[in-house]
Design a protein around this ligand. Structure first.
Ligand SMILES: [Zn+2]
Ligand SMILES: [Zn+2]
Ligand SMILES: [Zn+2]
Length: 146
């Protein structure tokens, strides 16, 4: 796990006046070490293995705090639970509906669509809250063969 990354996040939080308790630190560590996407359940398992007395609601409150601070964000990948990821690594998600594979794409890919929707319908699409669903290469091949 990148301790440097954890340290940097802890520092940002301290500057904002957030008290860094061991459980809060463990939540940050769990997200950083997942290096991708983790559910709240997975995060609380990681916290529980170190601090069995910590309640799931504490984990959720910490996640809310981290979201409010702009450090993490959650996204809905298909029909499953929301997953959490670090916000500084901007990307969008393509999720295969059949095998649940997640492909991360650069946020610029969606920019033309977002701009067009905004220009024509004056609607600001939030491209990052839900994944785009579809079929991955393998699954669409299977589909064609049937
Ligand atoms: Zn949501
Ligand atoms: Zn993500
Ligand atoms: Zn697939």
């Amino acid at each position: 796990m990148s301790q440097g990354k954890v340290q940097k996040i802890v520092q940002i939080l301290r500057e904002r006046g957030v008290r860094i308790t061991p459980s809060r630190r463990t939540v940050v560590e769990a997200i950083v070490s997942a290096n991708g996407h983790v559910t709240a359940d997975e995060i609380s398992e990681a916290v529980e293995s170190k601090f069995p007395e910590i309640h799931l609601s504490t984990v959720y409150r910490t996640l809310d705090m981290l979201e409010d601070s702009g450090i993490v964000d959650h996204v809905h990948l298909g029909h499953g639970k929301a997953v959490y990821h670090l916000k500084n690594e901007m990307h969008r998600h393509l999720v295969c509906e059949k095998c649940s594979m997640v492909i991360e794409i650069s946020e610029d890919v969606l920019a033309p669509l977002l701009n067009e929707v905004k220009e024509k319908w004056h609607f600001t699409l939030k491209g990052d809250h839900f994944a785009l669903l579809g079929l991955c290469e393998n699954c669409s091949k299977e589909f064609e063969n049937h």
